[in-house]
Design a protein around this ligand. Structure first.
Ligand SMILES: Nc1ncnc2c1ncn2[C@@H]1O[C@H](COP(=O)(O)OP(=O)(O)OP(=O)(O)O)[C@@H](O)[C@H]1O
Ligand SMILES: [Mg+2]
Length: 278
């Protein structure tokens, strides 16, 4: 995408009631699910500070608590112990400042694709023209402008997920929470959306918390990669990476870069070692 109207986007963001970016502080947070068979300890003593504008990629073995951590940040769950604050405010409930893209697309089945994307801007009473601009822009970004008037059930699962991404982006969230959003997409679409996501992130300076099973995706996107242990999830590695800030380099060159490959292997090694049983 070369003609990205992101400069216009930031102008409109300042007039559309978007909450300014704030630091997220996760302070010794543990979380246990209550089940019929007793407590399931999902997370143990997570301490993590996310500054505005950071791009955190979270990796770790299946069932280690990544989604649980994202749901805590989103305000869908509250910590069993510990505290979580966004700016000066404790995180207790979901808010428009935190946009969530789920593992599975969650669209309103009775609305067209365009109306799904327009939903947030419409709820915030943005001018009709701005609503239309955002719908066009974000549907184009995810390659679905030709499907604007279709119903979600007429789309494949991957296409529905792209609509779900467009819908969240249309809200201009200051904190983007993404749970394996590209996991269901083919490799080419996935790479394209990774690059577009980076452009959006650079322009909006929103913080991103992104869960993935792909070390390559994590290293390509992140400014920090968090590797979690098997359940109960703890942070095993918190590593700064810089490839997503290399704006001059082509994505293909970055992925083939020796340093990139070395960091990717380091992360893979750490994930494998986190799965080893003592
Ligand atoms: N609603 C729930 N009730 C009870 N236990 C749950 C619930 N949701 C998750 N768990 C358990 O908590 C642990 C962490 O789950 P979570 O979904 O956070 O893991 P994850 O790292 O996102 O896994 P995956 O990579 O497979 O998506 C798992 O052992 C899971 O079985
Ligand atoms: Mg998960």
């Amino acid at each position: 995408m070369t003609s990205n109207p992101l400069s216009r986007k930031s102008e409109t963001a300042s007039t559309s009631g978007v909450t300014p970016a704030k630091r997220l502080v996760i302070d010794d947070v543990s979380f246990s699910y209550e089940t019929r068979d007793g407590l399931v300890e999902a997370l143990a003593k997570i301490a993590l500070t996310i500054e505005p504008g950071e791009f955190i990629c979270c990796v770790g073995p299946s069932g280690c608590g990544k989604t649980t951590l994202l749901h805590l940040i989103a305000g869908f769950l509250t910590p069993t112990t510990g505290t979580m604050t966004l700016g000066a405010t404790p995180v207790r409930q979901p808010g428009p400042d935190r946009g969530v893209v789920f593992q599975q697309p969650t669209l309103y089945p009775w609305m067209t694709v365009a109306d799904n994307v327009a939903f947030g801007p419409r709820m915030r009473h943005l001018p009709k023209e701005e609503q239309r601009r955002r719908v066009d822009h974000y549907l184009q970004l995810v390659g679905l402008q030709a499907f604007a008037q279709r119903a979600p059930y007429e789309l494949s699962g991957g296409m529905q997920q792209r609509v779900a991404i467009a819908r969240v982006l249309a809200n201009d969230p200051t904190f983007l929470l993404m749970d394996e959003p590209f996991g269901a997409l083919d490799a080419l679409t996935r790479e394209r959306l990774q690059e577009e996501l980076l452009k959006i992130w650079r322009a909006t300076r929103s913080a991103v918390f992104f869960i993935t099973h792909s070390a390559e995706e994590a290293v390509f996107l992140a400014t920090r990669v968090i590797v979690m242990s098997a359940r109960p999830g703890r942070i095993l590695l918190d590593r700064k990476v810089g490839f997503s800030r290399r704006v001059g380099m082509k994505p293909r060159e970055i992925r083939a870069d020796q340093e990139f490959i070395a960091v990717r292997e380091e992360i893979i090694e750490r994930i494998y070692s986190s799965e080893e049983t003592p």
